[in-house]
Design a protein around this ligand. Structure first.
Ligand code: UD1
Length: 422
């Protein structure tokens, strides 16, 4: 077991290159299995989740290897269309391989991904959309067995909610279907546009990705390609928050500022000066933050649920009262009791959290229960007076590449300590 030991109160100052996006890399790695060609994926972050995706690719018979920041996938001869339970459990997002396997083989077998720390995470929208494409699903012994008895065919699909994962699964399947597919009320997250751009680079014809109506026109064959995965907008925002709560100054390189527009008001209302120049973003924080008044998580281009926990840390040390409304996931306040242990004043009722800012947090022993909540606890530790230890690093390592190294380079007092197992 490992923990972070954080000596808080140090001002962050410096430059950082933003890592590649986890939420973009995962569906693109799955997409690489669809094409039957070689894909060189540059800027692919080295994370527990991307490692799990690589293991799934190898399990189904693809060649997948890392070379520097790239992952090279060759999918000319995959053999298997099942994903064992152990691999499914390693990563909840492995459901994204459902569309990819169906596209490639016309069949797929995997266990349902089940719930996770942030909520139930059902897949009903994925399954009903795939059904419209000709997929028949049966539950056999706790596993999902999916087939397309009459082949995959295009369809008009209207999602009841703009689910990111469902939109991705439809794209992965629809690029291999016969006939045109149109998705209405599609998720508009930049990661959807990135997946579509990768598939188009491989020869697919997807239009409208990033808007609420996406069309997929079938193509005869795919091509090998090289593709650079987009920067991680949530990690970019996480580093901005870390600089903000320490009264610091940070320059993010390869930051894709346009993707961060939904979180910009949070920093501006806090009194931070933020300036985008080309693909860089500079933030200068005031000595004391002001609280954002209301943060309501929404599908893109609304405020991202993945940044809610870090924004709450900002509000915890700001002057004034902030109100948070979490509308995407039902159990996404697991960081709250831990922040309270550090001296934060937060009350939660159902999906509403009220945060009264305090002058400072104090160090405590806290535990990460999920990835983004864990990153937020680290951010809180940077702002706190004294020593904070954060356990549950397995969650943080799912999505934050070289987190402690990057923070230490910015001047944070943070180290990873290996705990002796007795
Ligand atoms: C993705 C992101 C995750 C982010 C989330 C919302 C990846 C790997 N993960 O997750 O980091 O927090 O988008 O921006 O990209 N829902 C259903 N039925 C379904 C599918 C979803 O009810 O079939 C519900 C979910 O329970 C949740 C909401 O829809 O309440 C949003 O889920 P979705 O957009 O699908 O998120 P993910 O793709 O799981």
């Amino acid at each position: 077991m490992e923990k972070f030991v954080i000596e808080g109160g140090r001002r962050l100052d410096g430059e950082l290159q933003v890592q590649g996006s986890k939420n973009s890399a995962l569906p693109i790695l799955a997409a690489a299995a669809v094409t039957g060609k070689s894909s060189i994926l540059l800027n692919c972050p080295r994370l527990r989740d991307t490692d799990a995706a690589i293991r799934i690719l190898r399990h189904i018979g693809c060649e997948a290897s890392r070379a520097g920041d790239a992952v090279i996938v060759c999918s000319d001869a995959p053999k298997r269309y099942d994903i064992p339970e152990a691999l499914m459990r390693e990563m909840r997002s492995s459901i994204i391989f459902l569309g990819a396997l169906l596209g490639r083989f016309g069949k797929a077998e995997m266990c349902a991904p089940g719930g996770c720390a942030i909520g139930l995470r059902p897949i009903d929208l994925h399954l009903s959309a795939l059904e419209a494409l000709g997929v028949h699903t049966e539950a056999c012994g706790g596993r999902l067995c999916c087939t397309a008895p009459n082949g995959l065919h295009g369809a008009r699909i209207t999602l009841a909610f703009p689910s990111v994962g469902a939109t991705e699964n439809i794209l992965l399947c629809a690029v291999c279907a016969e006939g045109e597919t149109v998705i209405h009320n599609a998720a508009r997250e930049p990661e959807i546009a990135d997946l579509a751009a990768f598939l188009n680079r491989c020869g697919a014809c997807i239009q409208g990705a990033g808007s609420d109506t996406v069309s997929v026109t079938p193509r005869e064959q795919f091509l090998s390609c090289e593709y650079t995965i987009m920067p991680d907008r949530i990690m970019a925002a996480t580093y901005l928050a870390a600089a903000a709560v320490t009264g610091g100054s940070i320059l993010l390189r390869r930051a894709a500022p346009q993707d961060l527009l939904p979180v910009m008001p949070c920093f501006e209302q806090a009194g931070c000066a933020v300036r985008a120049v080309k693909d860089t973003l500079r933030l200068n924080a005031p000595p004391h933050l002001r609280s954002a008044k209301l943060i309501r998580t929404m599908p893109y281009p609304g405020f991202p649920t993945d940044f809610q926990a870090s924004a709450m840390v900002m509000a915890s040390v700001a002057s004034g009262t902030g109100v948070f409304v979490e509308t995407i996931f039902e159990s996404r306040y697991k960081h709250v009791p831990e922040l309270v242990r550090m001296g934060a004043h937060i009350t939660v009722q159902n999906n509403v959290a009220v945060v009264e800012g305090v002058p400072r947090l104090h160090g405590a022993c806290v535990q990460a229960a999920d990835l983004r909540g864990g990153a937020a606890l680290v951010t809180a530790g940077l702002a706190a007076e004294g020593i904070t230890t954060v356990t549950g690093l397995a969650h943080i390592d799912r999505g934050c590449e070289r987190f402690e190294t990057n923070l230490a380079l910015l001047g944070a007092g943070i180290k990873r300590v290996h705990l002796d197992v007795e």
